[in-house]
Design a protein around this ligand. Structure first.
Ligand code: MLC
Ligand code: AMP
Length: 513
C-alpha cells in the first residue's frame, strides 16, 4: 500500500550523499542530511513512546531553530498532527488554541514553561516539553535516549498532517486542517512550476534557499521548507530576518522567499545590488500585496523580477506568476497553479466575465479538509459545487492574470501577519470607559498595512489612548497591537447603523505616509 505520509516523500528527496550539508545556520552550525534523518527519527521515536492516541495534536510554540524544524518533520514522520503557534501569542491566545485543539503534547520555550504548562495541564495535555533555540530543553534530553532509526508511519492521503489557526469574519480563530496530500501535492507542483534544480547554482550543487521566515505559518513552514526539502536543496537558515545578513548571504544562494516587508527592508540596504544577486535564480513574494513600487525598484536595483504568488492557510499555494515562458506582472498574482481551479463570482453566484471584480473561489487537491471541530462553519465556507470561498476579492484580466483587489473578510495584513479587527475590537470594548471601537487598516511604509483603533468613550469617561494600547499589549501578540489609537466623539455609520470602516480608512490613510 502506498504511504502518503508527506515525510516519506521529503525523505525520499534527500540527496544520496547524506553527509552533504543540508542546513547552515546564522550561528555557524552545519547539519547534514544524515543529521536531519537521525534527529527526526529520534524525535519521532520519542513521540511514538508516549502512547498517544491516533490523530494526536502536537502543539508547538518555540523560537525558530533547526531542532524546531526537525520537530515538525518528526511529527509528520510519527504520523501525528503538527500545530504551530506564533511565538508572539500571549497566555489568553495560547489558552484558546490549546483548549480548542486539545493537544496531547505541548512543546514550549523553557522561559514560558511555567504558564504554558499550567494552561496545557488544565486542558488535559499529558506531555509538556521544552525546546530552546540553543539546542537545549527536555524534548532533546528525552529524544537523546531514543533510537536514531525509525520507519516512517503509514498515512493515507486525507489523514491530517497539520492544523493552522486562522480567522475569518468572526473574531475567534479556526483550525484549518491540512492533510498529507494537501501539502505534498502543492510541494510537487511548486517544485516543477518554480524550476527547482538539483544541479547548477553557485556550488554546482543545485538550489540554495535563504530561509528567513518564521516557521509557524504557511509561507515559512510549508512553501519555503517543503520547497527546499522536496528538491534536496541546502538551506541557509536565519533564526530572524536580518536584512544585512540576507544581503551578505545572497551570493551563496539561489532562492529567497519573503513577505513584502522583507523586500522593502532589503531595499533599504545599500549593499543590495546586481553583484550581490549574481547567483540568485528566484525571488518569491507573497502573504500580502506587493506594492508595484517595490516590484519595480527591485527590478532596477537587482536586475531580478520578483515572482508574486498567492495562497492561504486553508489552501497552501493557489496561484503564481510564471517562472518561465511568460511575463511576471507586478500587481498580479499570476495564474492558478496546475490542478487548481479558480473562479471569480458575482453576488448572484454566477461566474463573472473577464475583468470584472468578484469573490475568488477555489478547488483543488491543495484545498483543506475543513475547520477543526466546526462542521457548520466549514459547510458555510464551501459552495454547493465544492469551491472554497477564499474571502478575497479579485479579477482575471484578458491574458488570464489574476489580481487581488480587496477582501470581503474584515482582515488587516500587517507585515505578513493577519490581524482580525473583530478580535481586537472585542478586547478594546472590555476596557473600562470604552463604549465601542473600530479597528481599521491603513497604509504603512514598513508593514504595508497597520491597524488604527478608533474608540468611543462611555458617557462621563475619558479613556486614555496610551492606556488602551498598554492594556492590549499585556494581553495580545505584539503584531496585533494597533499602531495608533484615537478617542473620538462618534463613528461614521450608514443608515442601518453599521460603522462605515471605509470612511475611517479614508480619514486615517495618510497617518503614516
Ligand atoms: C513586528 N511588529 C509588527 C510586526 N512584526 N507590527 C505589525 N506587523 C508585524 N508583522 C512590531 C512589534 O510588535 C514590535 O513593536 C516591533 O514591530 C518590532 O518587533 P520585532 O519582533 O523586532 O519585529 P521584526 O523582527 O522586525 O519583525 C518584522 C517581520 C515579521 C516583518 C520580520 O513581522 C515577520 O517575520 N513577518 C513575516 C510573517 C509571515 O511569515 N507571514 C506569512 C503568513 S502565511 P513594539 O511596539 O512592541 O516594539 C500566509 C499565507 C501565504 O499569509 O500566502 O503565505
Ligand atoms: P493566512 O490566513 O495567513 O493564510 O492569509 C491568507 C491571506 O493572505 C489570503 O486570503 C490573502 O488575503 C492574503 N494574501 C496571500 N498572498 C497574497 C498576495 N500575493 N497578494 C495579496 N494578498 C495575499
Amino acid at each position: 500500500m502506498k504511504n502518503h505520509n508527506l515525510f516519506a516523500a521529503l525523505r525520499a528527496a534527500f540527496p544520496q550523499a547524506l553527509d552533504e550539508i543540508a542546513v547552515e545556520t546564522d550561528t555557524g552550525l552545519f547539519y547534514s542530511w544524515r543529521d536531519l534523518d537521525r534527529g527526526t527519527a529520534m524525535m519521532a521515536n520519542l513521540l511514538a513512546s508516549l502512547g498517544l492516541p491516533a490523530g494526536a495534536r502536537i502543539a508547538v510554540q518555540v523560537e525558530k531553530s533547526v531542532e524546531a524544524m526537525m520537530l515538525y518533520l518528526a511529527t509528520l514522520r510519527a504520523g501525528y498532527v503538527f500545530l504551530p503557534l506564533n511565538t508572539a501569542y500571549q497566555s489568553g491566545e495560547i489558552e484558546y488554541f490549546i483548549g480548542n485543539a486539545e493537544p496531547s503534547v505541548v512543546v514550549c520555550s523553557s522561559k514560558n514553561f511555567g504558564w504554558v504548562s499550567k494552561i496545557a495541564f488544565k486542558a488535559g495535555t499529558q506531555n509538556v516539553f521544552t525546546l530552546d533555540d540553543d539546542r537545549t530543553g527536555s524534548l532533546l534530553q528525552r529524544a537523546a535516549h531514543c533510537s536514531d532509526r525509525h520507519t516512517v508511519v503509514q498515512r493515507g492521503a486525507d489523514d491530517l498532517a497539520a492544523i493552522l489557526y486562522t480567522s475569518g469574519t468572526t473574531g475567534r480563530s479556526k483550525g484549518a486542517m491540512l492533510s498529507h496530500e494537501n501539502m505534498l501535492s502543492n510541494a510537487l507542483v511548486l517544485k516543477d512550476y518554480w524550476g527547482w534544480t538539483a544541479t547548477g547554482g553557485p556550488e554546482g550543487r543545485g538550489d540554495v534557499l535563504i530561509h528567513a521566515l518564521p516557521i509557524f505559518h504557511v509561507h515559512g513552514l510549508f512553501v519555503a521548507l517543503h520547497g527546499a526539502l522536496i528538491n534536496g536543496s541546502k538551506m541557509i537558515w536565519l533564526a530572524k530576518f536580518d536584512p544585512k545578513l540576507v544581503v551578505r548571504k545572497l551570493p551563496e544562494a539561489t532562492v529567497f522567499m519573503g513577505v513584502p516587508t522583507l523586500y522593502t527592508r532589503l531595499l533599504g540596504e545599500p549593499g543590495l545590488n546586481r553583484e550581490a544577486c549574481r547567483n540568485m535564480r528566484l525571488f518569491v513574494a507573497g502573504s500580502a500585496p506587493l506594492l508595484i513600487e517595490t516590484f519595480t525598484e527591485w527590478q532596477q536595483r537587482t536586475g531580478h523580477t520578483i515572482l508574486e504568488r498567492y495562497g492561504m492557510s486553508e489552501t497552501v499555494m493557489l496561484t503564481s506568476n510564471p517562472y518561465e515562458g511568460g511575463e511576471r506582472r507586478g500587481g498580479t498574482v499570476g495564474f492558478a497553479l496546475p490542478g487548481v481551479s479558480l473562479r471569480v463570482q458575482g453576488d448572484d453566484g454566477k461566474a463573472l466575465p473577464t475583468g470584472e471584480i468578484g469573490a475568488i473561489q477555489v478547488k483543488g487537491p491543495n484545498v483543506f479538509q475543513g475547520y477543526w471541530r466546526m462542521p457548520e462553519k466549514t459547510k458555510e465556507e464551501f459552495t454547493a459545487d465544492g469551491y472554497f470561498k477564499t474571502g478575497d476579492v479579485g479579477k482575471i484580466d484578458a491574458r488570464g492574470y489574476i489580481s487581488i483587489v480587496g477582501r470581503s473578510k474584515d482582515l488587516i495584513i500587517s507585515g505578513g501577519y493577519n490581524v482580525y479587527p473583530a478580535e481586537i475590537e472585542g478586547y478594546i470594548n472590555e476596557i473600562p470607559g470604552v463604549a465601542e471601537s473600530a479597528l481599521v487598516g491603513v497604509p504603512h511604509p514598513d508593514f504595508g498595512e497597520v491597524g488604527v483603533a478608533v474608540v468611543i468613550a462611555k458617557p462621563g469617561s475619558a479613556p486614555d489612548p496610551a492606556e488602551i494600547l498598554a492594556s492590549l499589549k499585556s494581553r495580545l501578540a505584539n503584531f496585533k497591537i494597533p499602531k495608533r489609537c484615537f478617542v473620538v466623539p462618534e463613528l461614521p455609520r450608514n443608515t442601518m447603523g453599521k460603522v462605515q470602516k471605509n470612511l475611517l480608512r479614508d480619514q486615517y490613510k495618510t497617518l503614516f505616509a
